[in-house]
Design a protein around this ligand. Structure first.
Ligand SMILES: [Zn+2]
Length: 84
């Protein structure tokens, strides 16, 4: 159960982070996620919060540009603290 809550929290954090970024950059909230550096549309396996960042070693699968660490922080920010 704690893992499920963690995953839901990271998904929520990822969604909020994505919507914030799109709002700031005046992008449509519709459409597929893409790399900000090369523009390549991300595969569904690239979109798993936290796990994808770790497996891809914090870089884009396609252009290998280092991703901003704030992406990971934002995904983790929405996970509830266990035991509180
Ligand atoms: Zn890229």
């Amino acid at each position: 159960m704690p893992l499920l809550i963690f995953m839901i929290g990271t998904c929520f954090g990822s969604f909020i982070s994505c919507m914030s970024h799109r709002y700031i950059t005046h992008e449509s909230i519709l459409g597929r996620s893409h790399c900000d550096y090369c523009g390549h549309t991300l595969h569904v396996l690239d979109l798993i919060p936290v796990l994808s960042y770790i497996l891809l070693k914090g870089q884009c699968r396609y252009c290998h540009h280092k991703l901003n660490k704030s992406l990971l922080v934002h995904e983790l920010m929405w996970t509830p603290c266990q035991g509180h």
